[in-house]
Design a protein around this ligand. Structure first.
Ligand SMILES: [Zn+2]
Ligand SMILES: [Zn+2]
Length: 238
C-alpha cells in the first residue's frame, strides 16, 4: 500500500490543546504538508511523535525535523520516540539533527505531562520493534486515542477507551501470524470502548479493495457508533 502509494503515508497532523503534533511522518510527509490546503507549515510544529520505527511510520522523520527547525537555524520542537528508534543498531533519527530540537524524550509506558495536555503512552505488540499507542487528554479537549500497528490483545478496549479513537485496520480478514489488527478485532474493540467517533486508517490491500468507506457505513449501522474511514488529506474538526 505504502510503497506503491495506493494510499498516502504522511502520517497524522493533530492540533490538540493548541499544540501542533505530528504523528508518524511516513513517506511523503513533507510533500503532503506543503501541498495541503490550507498548507501545513512544519515550522509551526511543537511535537513529533513516533509510534515505532517501521518505515511506513518514520521515513520522513528526519526530513520533518529539518523542516520544523529551518535546517537547525531555528531550534524548536520536542521529539518523542521509542528507544530503538533513537539508539538501536537500526536507529532512525540522524545524530546530527538532534541538536536542532528543543528536546528528545524516550517513550515508555506511562503518562507524560506535556505543554497543555497529557500523553498516555501504551505499549503494543508488533513484530520486531518497540511500538506504542497513545491517548491524549486535557481539560479543554475531548480525549483522543490512537491504536497503531499491533496484534490484538484483550486489554486494548480498556486501555484506549477515549471520546475519539483512531485505529490502524490493516487486515480485512484476521491472520493469526501477522501482528496487525483485523476488521473483526477493531469491531470488538469499538463495541467495548464505545467512542463517540472512531476513525479507521492504515488499510491493507484487502481492506482497500473492499472499500473502507462502505465498510465504515455498514459498521456504523450495525453498531450504532459513528465510524469513519480515513482518506488521503482528510480533515476532521473534533
Ligand atoms: Zn509497523
Ligand atoms: Zn504500519
Amino acid at each position: 500500500m505504502v510503497f506503491k502509494q495506493l494510499r498516502a503515508s504522511g502520517g497524522i497532523w493533530l492540533n490538540y490543546a493548541g499544540k501542533n503534533i505530528l504523528i508518524d511522518p511516513g513517506p511523503g510527509c513533507l510533500v503532503r504538508c506543503v501541498e495541503s490546503r490550507p498548507k501545513l507549515d512544519p515550522m509551526t510544529l511543537d511535537y513529533i511523535l513516533l509510534s515505532h520505527r517501521h518505515l511506513d511510520h518514520c521515513a520522513d522523520v528526519n526530513t520533518m525535523i529539518e523542516a520544523m527547525t529551518e535546517g537547525g537555524f531555528s531550534p524548536r520542537g520536542i521529539l518523542l520516540a521509542p528507544s530503538d528508534a533513537l539508539d538501536g543498531d537500526d536507529r532512525v533519527i540522524l545524530r546530527y539533527l538532534r541538536s536542532y530540537l528543543n528536546g528528545i524524550v524516550t517513550l515508555g509506558k506511562g503518562v507524560f505531562e506535556l505543554d497543555g495536555f497529557s500523553l498516555e503512552v501504551i505499549p503494543l505488540i508488533h513484530h520486531g520493534v518497540e511500538t506504542f499507542g497513545f491517548k491524549f487528554s486535557s481539560d479543554k479537549e475531548r480525549s483522543l486515542s490512537i491504536v497503531v500497528d499491533t496484534k490484538f490483545f484483550d486489554e486494548i478496549p480498556f486501555l484506549f477507551k477515549a471520546d475519539i479513537m483512531i485505529l490502524s485496520v490493516t487486515l480485512h480478514k484476521k491472520r493469526e501470524e501477522i501482528d496487525h489488527l483485523s476488521l473483526d478485532d477493531v469491531l470488538k474493540i469499538l463495541q467495548k470502548a464505545n467512542p463517540s467517533l472512531a476513525i479507521m486508517t492504515h488499510f491493507g490491500r484487502g481492506m482497500l479493495f473492499k472499500k473502507p468507506w462502505v465498510i465504515a457505513e455498514e459498521l456504523s449501522k450495525v453498531t450504532g457508533l459513528n465510524i469513519k474511514a480515513a482518506s488521503d488529506g482528510m480533515k476532521l474538526d473534533f
